[in-house]
Structures are given as C-alpha cells and as structure tokens.
Design a protein around this ligand. Structure first.
Ligand SMILES: Nc1ncnc2c1ncn2[C@@H]1O[C@H](COP(=O)(O)OP(=O)(O)OP(=O)(O)O)[C@@H](O)[C@H]1O
Ligand SMILES: [Mg+2]
Length: 274
C-alpha cells in the first residue's frame, strides 16, 4: 500500500526518564520519529530498551520528560481519541465474558452496543475464537487471551493502532496466520500502525519501515525501508530480498553486541587467525 505522505505521529527529541527510589532510569533517549498516515511501522530492540515506554507515551499513558509527541497536530496529553492499543500483557477483565471484554470500549464510550455486537462476533470469528464468546478469560490459553485483546483494540476501527508484542505468546503457525490477517486488516482499513516485536522476520514481513533501537537507554539506530510489494504472502520470507533485509538487521544487532555472531562466522574468523 502506498502510505499517505503527511505525518500523523511525530515524536520530537523525546526522552523518558523514570524517577524511582533506586535512582533515575532513562527508558529511551532523544527519539525522533515521524509516522505517516496509513503507514505500518515496526519497532525492534533488545529487552528493556524502552519500546513499551515509547508506546505508552504514544498512547498518552506516560509522558516524555523531554521533547514532545504529536498525533495529527495535537500534542499528546492523554489518550487520544480513535486509538486502539494491544498491550504486552493482555488486560482482560476476569469477571466479564470474552464478548463483554471485546465490547468494553463501546460501553466506556457510552455508545449503544447495537451493531457493535455483530462486529465483535465477526472479529472473534476472524481471530479463531468462534464458540468462545461466552467463556471467561481464565478459561482461555495465553494466546487466546491475547487474541481477545486484539479484537477489542480493533472493534472501534481505530485510526491509530499501537501493538506491543501482540503475537509473542502465540505458537508459530497461529502467529504466521495472524501476521497475514493483520496485513489484510491494515490494507483494508488504512490504519496507522506502531507495532513492537522481538521477531526480525515478523517486523520485516509486516512493515513499511522498521525502527531498530539500541540497548537501554534506547535510541533509534536506524530506520529501514522495507520496499517489498504488497500484499505479501508468507513465501516472501524465502526471497533473496527478504533474506538480505534480515541479514542487515542481524548485523546491526551484532554490531551493538545484542546478538552474537553466528557460529560459522566465528569458525571462519578462527581459521583466519595465524
Ligand atoms: N514504571 C516504571 N518505573 C520505573 N522504571 C520503569 C518503568 N517502566 C519501565 N521501566 C524501566 O524502563 C526501561 C524500559 O522499559 P520498557 O518496558 O519500556 O522496555 P521494553 O523495550 O518494552 O522491554 P521488553 O522488550 O522486555 O518488553 C527498563 O529499564 C525498565 O526497567
Ligand atoms: Mg515491552
């Protein structure tokens, strides 16, 4: 999909420091990032580099201690309207059924449940949860719970979708399916997506651009254009272009000391020693 040209999310010289009794923790430092309307941006970075904190700042749940974040032309001071969030840990209400959890944003907004009920059922079916509508979260597996969270985030058809490792708890095959499904939903609905993941393959498969962050405190090391045709099917991961992008990202993490060089590289280096 061709992304709109205008900036939708602007992060400007943003730094976030947590002040705690044990001292200050800089979660991310001096982050500049512009995400265009309808663009899909993935974020990769080692554990603790500030990905969740950055996402929470975009969601208006945390605030940068320096710099600013704008959505549209509004500075983010609290949760913006038209926002869907999938948190790293699913935040389901244990006493409500699956369907009631998905419908929660409609109730909070004060709107009539009416047509949303059918939409919630359709989304649950799409994400493989048909038949589980009346179960409670404690009756579900971790992957199923996370899929309920995704349905809830999509229900109001948000313009901006923030996703924090949404597929981390899923088995590889379901994850593949949902990668394809998410691409389809994104292409159909023209959403702007900020997607945090630890999977290099997933980040590249989904994104228009991949943001690579350094170890803590996170800075943006590189933003990689993923200039592969859409819609992408899973086989694209076998192509030389895709493999080249994966290698490039791996090398960035190797240079930062986050990933070790692979064994054959080390053997090769050892053979080269006098
Ligand atoms: N509420 C908080 N108070 C104090 N420190 C925090 C808080 N939340 C996060 N941190 C610290 O900020 C840093 C960044 O945390 P964050 O959760 O953003 O990392 P992350 O990149 O999402 O990691 P992961 O990949 O493991 O989810 C870490 O050092 C963490 O300990
Ligand atoms: Mg996180």
């Amino acid at each position: 999909m061709t992304s709109g040209r205008e900036a939708y999310v602007s992060v400007r010289a943003a730094t976030k420091t947590y002040h705690s009794q044990r001292g200050d923790i800089v979660a991310f430092r001096n982050v500049d990032l512009t995400i265009r309307t309808s663009e899909f941006v993935s974020v990769l970075g080692p554990s603790g580099c500030g990905k969740t904190t950055l996402l929470q700042c975009l969601a208006g749940l945390e605030h940068p201690t320096a710099g600013e974040i704008l959505i549209g032309d509004q500075r983010v001071n609290g949760p913006p309207s038209n926002l869907g969030v999938v948190f790293q840990r699913d935040v389901l209400l244990e006493w409500r059924t699956v369907l009631q959890n998905v419908l929660l944003p409609v109730q909070i907004s004060g709107a009539e449940i009416g047509v949303s009920r059918q939409k919630a059922l359709d989304l649950l079916e799409l994400l493989g949860l048909k038949g589980f509508e009346d179960r409670h979260p404690w009756e579900l597996s971790g992957g199923m719970r996370q899929r309920v969270s995704i349905c809830r985030a999509l229900l109001m058809n948000p313009r901006l979708l923030l996703m924090d490792e949404p597929f981390g708890a899923l088995d590889a095959m379901t994850r593949d399916d949902l990668n394809v499904e998410l691409q389809r939903i994104w292409m159909a609905d023209e959403k702007t997506v900020f997607f945090v993941t630890h999977s290099i393959t997933e980040a590249l498969f989904l994104a228009d651009r991949v943001v690579v962050m350094s170890p803590t405190p996170g800075r943006i090391i590189e933003v990689i254009d993923v200039d592969l045709p859409r819609p992408r099917d899973l086989d694209i991961r076998e192509t030389p272009e895709f493999a080249r992008l994966v290698r490039h990202v791996r090398h960035l993490f190797q240079e930062m000391g986050v990933l070790k060089s692979n064994r054959s590289d080390r053997l090769h280096a050892a053979r080269a020693l006098p």
